[in-house]
Ligand binder design. Structure first.
Ligand code: SAM
Length: 177
């Protein structure tokens, strides 16, 4: 994958209890599919702990951060912004422009949970849909990152891993277990 891209994911609208698992999975997908960091609302601290534990065991230098104000975070962002929404423009018609921008400035990708506030649509350089059907922030993020990194994220290396999975035809083999 292109080491020069700087890609962050912002999770908005987290509802404690109800969204805990999905917020954690947004972070897991962000990490596994090549982003550099995830920013969670400060009320999602258990998701941050889970992701940090995964990074400790499985390596890499993925970062988790938190914010007390999504709106301040978005308004102070100086790079480009993609908001993933089923109401947006098709991914295939804009992914090349997004890739181009990543060569020079950091990218923030925003995914929602409940209704996304309108300022996010306005603050975004691209409102991008992965189909115009309702589905999931986890699926939308995975597909978006795969298109952004053009499949290369599947072969990234994970430095400093305590545990390394050795692919098997059947069963499980974990080095360092
Ligand atoms: N009803 C919410 C709204 O008005 O935006 C969307 C809820 S949806 C369960 C949660 C998140 O999944 C959205 O904020 C968006 O980031 C993502 N999402 C769902 N379907 C999508 C699609 N077709 N394309 C892109 N992102 C999608």
């Amino acid at each position: 994958m292109d080491e020069n891209y700087e890609v962050s994911i912002l999770r908005t609208g987290h509802r404690p209890g109800r969204d805990d698992r999905i917020t954690t999975h947004v972070g897991l997908v962000a990490r596994a599919f090549g982003a550099d960091r995830v920013i969670f609302p400060d009320i999602a601290s258990s998701s941050s702990s889970t992701i940090n534990e995964v990074s400790l065991n499985f390596g890499g230098d993925f970062k988790t951060e938190s914010t007390t104000s999504i709106s301040k975070f978005v308004k102070s962002w100086t790079g480009s912004i993609v908001h993933l929404t089923m109401y947006g423009q098709p991914i295939d018609s804009h992914i090349d422009e997004v890739i181009e921008s990543c060569h020079s400035i950091p990218l923030l990708i925003i995914v929602g949970a409940e209704k996304v506030p309108f300022f996010i649509y306005e603050a975004s350089d691209w409102n991008i849909s992965v189909t115009n059907q309702p589905h999931s922030e986890i699926a939308a993020l995975a597909i978006f990152l795969d298109r952004l990194f053009q499949g290369n994220e599947l072969n990234q290396s994970w430095d400093g891993a305590k545990q390394k999975i050795i692919p098997q035809k059947s069963g499980k083999l974990v080095e360092g277990d």
